[in-house]
Write a protein that binds this ligand. Structure first.
Ligand code: ZN
Length: 95
């Protein structure tokens, strides 16, 4: 008699308890949306910090890199309505 074999359905239930398929799908959609957006820190392609700054050339940066950028290029904090515009894929005409 096989009393030592684990119940495969029990394993599946344990996994779904920690992270549901719906949660995974939502995470994938969020990642795709972030990649589709032009709004990412221009300092490093690997930078995942949210964009908060823009320099006089029109490049967007996160807070840390925006402050660093300021050393050699005018860089200011984005206003909330400008950030929304960028998030919609529109550009800001003036620095
Ligand atoms: Zn950055």
């Amino acid at each position: 008699m096989g009393g030592t074999i684990k119940d495969p359905m029990g394993e599946v239930r344990d996994l779904s308890g920690s992270c549901t398929i719906e949660q995974l799908k939502a995470a994938v959609v969020a990642v795709k949306a972030a990649r589709a957006s032009q709004l990412h820190c221009a300092m490093h392609t690997t930078c995942t910090e949210p964009v908060t700054h823009i320099d006089s050339k029109g490049y967007a940066y996160c807070t840390g890199h925006g402050v660093a950028r300021r050393v050699w290029c005018p860089c200011r904090k984005l206003r909330p309505h400008e950030l929304r515009k960028l998030q919609r894929g529109e550009t800001i005409k003036q620095y």
